[in-house]
Design a protein around this ligand. Structure first.
Ligand SMILES: CC(C)(COP(=O)(O)OP(=O)(O)OC[C@H]1O[C@@H](n2cnc3c(N)ncnc32)[C@H](O)[C@@H]1OP(=O)(O)O)[C@@H](O)C(=O)NCCC(=O)NCCS
Length: 199
């Protein structure tokens, strides 16, 4: 059991909560603004649900927050070796045009708490939701469009995410972007089957 489980309380990131808490600061302005000003609209429009962990000692303190929504990975995007693995057990596999996934649209750990393993604990918590027997839909992958920056890329790799496209050049080609375009994000995925009791 880690810090989030022992010393924090999990909650929906509601408007009331945002108004009663200290401003959330994960050191990334776009993310801070999203959680503070936009996350409610996303939720109201059914585009993404935001959650957080609050510090038990001081419930005005948001320790970390994330936003998730339904997504999918097109079968022809998935690297061949992974595709073979997914398809191995599936009858009439040719009918599959995409695989069910959940998208982590936003995720941040408060600057005060970074580099203490909370990001990893949070990711383990999120992954566990989608292999839980109570999960209402099938979900094979967790996907993220990570900032193309050293720390987030290292973070997702540390949490066993892989690049959906093996190189930035391949990703740009698939996205129809010109060769000299600087990718701001990289698509990454995690195959939940490795955590499934049926693997
Ligand atoms: C990315 C982020 C979530 C990591 O949270 P964290 O609680 O510090 O992460 P952890 O302590 O669990 O670290 C996990 C791994 O991430 C990587 N990492 C985290 N901070 C790092 C840093 N400052 N420099 C290099 N690698 C780093 C490392 O691989 C680390 O593993 P290690 O400690 O064994 O080296 C946090 O830095 C953050 O909120 N950043 C701003 C928002 C953001 O970039 N979100 C992700 C994109 S949506």
């Amino acid at each position: 059991m880690g810090f989030l489980q022992n010393a924090c309380t999990f909650s929906v990131l509601s408007q009331d909560l945002l108004e009663s808490c200290n401003p959330f600061d994960c050191g990334h302005n776009d993310l801070n603004e999203f959680f503070t000003y936009d996350s409610q609209n996303y939720s109201n429009q059914l585009l993404g649900k935001s959650y957080c962990f609050l510090l038990d000692e001081n419930p005005k303190e948001i320790v970390c927050a994330f936003t998730i929504s339904n997504d999918s990975i097109k079968t022809n995007f998935l690297p061949n070796n992974r595709k073979k693995r997914v398809n191995k057990e599936i009858p009439r596999v040719k009918h599959f045009k995409s695989y069910p996934a959940v998208l982590i649209g936003r995720l941040g750990v408060s600057s005060k708490y970074k580099k203490n393993g909370l990001g990893k604990e949070l990711m383990d918590f999120i992954k566990s939701w989608f292999i839980d027997e109570e999960n209402k839909t099938g979900c094979r992958f967790v996907v993220v469009d990570s900032y193309n920056e050293e720390i987030p890329l290292a973070y997702y790799q540390k949490n066993s995410f892989e690049f959906l496209f093996s190189s930035p050049e391949q990703e740009k080609e698939y996205m129809g972007l010109s060769k000299d375009y600087q990718l701001k994000t990289r698509l990454m995925y995690f195959d939940l089957i490795v955590l499934s009791p049926y693997d």
